[in-house]
Write a protein that binds this ligand. Structure first.
Ligand code: ADP
Length: 332
């Protein structure tokens, strides 16, 4: 990146120098002619204002002053251009640094994303490889053992599948913003609920759906995906027998949908980071070993932003969380 910065700075400097030298040439040329006009015109001698005897001396003197003035001008212009070269060089470098900063940041984020994604992909791949190698080294493999290995591998393959789907979703959503149409919040919520109801039931969680009778501008499939992600988290991070509530309303020109749980909550230190790609709190990484890659909220945030909306999170550690989606209201 340093090389690119220097090259861009050189281009800026070349433009500055081209302008400065061009201006100096025109200025020198014009001044050269103007200085030459100092020689007294013939009429002055004819009217005997300057005696004839003085004429050669006066002319030599003036010629000498003219060439001195021209040399002086040339030296000054060279100095000015040298100063422009040095100051322009410094300015160009600062400008190039400023211009390239957003590109550098985007590249850094991209390479961080690739390395995080590779790291997450490597873990299940290594697990599959290791269990297969161990099985191959065994002289005899019973049917039960083989089935156990296949089942472990299938679990890891399912993880890989969900990770690649999440990665693909992030990449595709970033490229093609979803088309918006007027959609009913209640229908979107009930479609999302149908996808998570069995997970909630198996954890004995109650879902209290008080979604508002509103129409918002969004893409149905994208909004379903966002609500599924939020409900999924509410289920994952809640203890059994708790309640998850869905409600909403309107505020200014936006409709909002809130999903509130009574789960483990997020600490104040983690809260500002949970929408970042691959961010998982220590609790979800280690203690309870929840499935996930820290991509669900990043995908939700990306989708909602693409619809001109916003998603916010409030949470108390140990006291539950509330995620709210704001979307432009559809004119009824
Ligand atoms: P993950 O796949 O880890 O759930 P997300 O992007 O959906 O990834 O969430 C990022 C992190 O935010 C999670 O690892 C978890 O620590 C925290 N989080 C998200 N939703 C909740 C919730 N409802 N309650 C508690 N913590 C949550």
């Amino acid at each position: 990146m340093r090389g690119a910065r220097v090259r861009l700075a050189m281009t800026y400097l070349a433009i500055i120098m081209l302008m400065s030298i061009g201006f100096s040439v025109v200025f020198y040329h014009t001044s050269y002619n103007q200085i030459g006009r100092q020689l007294p015109p013939r009429s002055l001698y004819q009217r005997a204002l300057i005696p004839d005897d003085f004429r050669p001396g006066v002319e030599d003197f003036i010629q000498q002053r003219i060439s001195e003035a021209r040399n002086d001008l040339l030296v000054r212009l060279v100095w000015v251009n040298l100063i422009v070269l040095v100051a322009g060089g410094a300015l160009s470098y600062i400008l190039a640094k400023h211009t390239l900063r957003p590109i550098e940041e985007a590249m850094e984020a991209q390479s961080q994303f690739v390395s995080d994604a590779s790291h997450e992909l490597r873990t299940p791949l290594t697990a599959i490889k290791t269990s297969n190698e161990v099985a191959l080294r065994k002289p005899k493999l019973t049917l039960t053992e083989a089935k156990e290995i296949i089942s472990q591998n299938t679990d890891d393959i399912t993880k890989l599948q969900s990770l690649t789907e999440a990665l693909l979703s992030l990449a595709q959503n970033g490229r093609h913003p979803a088309p918006s149409a007027s959609i009913s919040v209640q229908s979107v919520v009930s479609e999302a609920l149908s996808q998570v109801v069995s997970a909630a039931q198996s954890k004995k969680l109650k879902i209290d759906d008080k979604s508002p009778n509103l129409a918002v501008l969004a893409d149905q499939a994208s909004l379903v995906q966002v609500i599924v992600n939020l409900l999924d988290n509410a289920i994952k991070y809640s203890e059994p027998n708790k309640t998850i509530s869905i409600d909403g309303g309107q505020q200014d020109h936006h409709g909002y949908i809130s999903i509130t749980d009574q789960g483990v909550g997020v600490s104040d230190a983690d809260l500002p980071h949970i929408f970042k790609r691959f961010y998982r709190t220590d609790r979800s990484r280690s203690k309870e070993k929840q499935n996930g890659y820290g991509l669900g909220l990043a995908i939700a945030d990306q989708l909602i932003r693409q619809h001109g909306g916003e998603i916010t999170a409030e949470s108390i550690e140990g006291g539950g969380s509330r995620f709210t989606i704001f979307l432009p209201l559809a004119s009824v």
